[in-house]
Design a protein around this ligand. Structure first.
Ligand code: IMP
Ligand code: MG
Length: 182
């Protein structure tokens, strides 16, 4: 693997497909251990970034479950903004249900705050948060994150669902922003 270019920026290989698969498996294992096997959880992926993570997570989950998605957006270019837009909400009746949020990456926590807000008055049984990546150095909230796949440094990444201005989501591995060129 070598450096790739998306728009004006260069990215270097950071996390391989194999490691991604191992991270997802370990998250599934941790979440499964906490859930009551007699209860059917609803996994909710946060679009767009989490579509590949959610697909792989759900395929590795071996008990009955339901799946849904919400679409939120806070990012522009390579930095987070303070305004989160809910572009597609949840239609299902989720009263009394266990919800597990599947998020691609938690950065400042602004999006997570919006998630907690949207589920606050829905009378659900419990809300759990599972994120593939977490940037602890930039997280600004006190909100609990129940499951973290991997802590990463505060550098912009793309691939496996994550984009830079629309590009890079289809990359099967994860790449990190670099100033190096080939
Ligand atoms: P937050 O609201 O600042 O926590 O940002 C969360 C959202 O921004 C994530 O769900 C991603 O969609 C996006 N995001 C955060 N960091 C990155 C990154 O390094 N690469 C691509 N997207 C990111
Ligand atoms: Mg996201």
């Amino acid at each position: 693997m070598s450096i790739i270019k998306l728009h004006d920026l260069n990215f270097t290989p950071f996390i391989s497909e194999k490691e991604l698969s191992e991270i997802v498996s370990s998250l599934v294992k941790k979440v499964s251990m906490d859930l009551d096997p007699n209860e059917i959880p609803i996994f909710i992926g946060i679009l767009n970034g989490s579509f590949l993570f959610a697909a792989d997570f759900i395929r590795k989950y071996t008990h009955n479950c339901e799946v849904s998605f919400v679409k939120l957006s806070s990012y522009q270019g390579t930095s987070s903004t303070d305004v989160v837009h809910e572009l597609i909400g949840i239609n299902e009746d989720i009263t009394g249900r266990t919800i597990v949020i599947l998020e691609d990456i938690i950065d400042t926590g602004t999006t997570l705050h919006k998630i907690y807000d949207s589920f606050k008055n829905k009378n659900i049984k419990q809300l759990k948060i599972a994120t593939l990546f977490f940037k602890p150095d930039v997280y600004r909230k006190e909100l609990p994150i129940n499951y973290i796949g991997k802590n990463i440094e505060d550098k912009f990444i793309v691939g496996y669902g994550l984009d830079y201005n629309g590009l890079g989501r289809n990359l099967p591995a994860v790449y990190q922003l670099t100033t190096e060129t080939n």
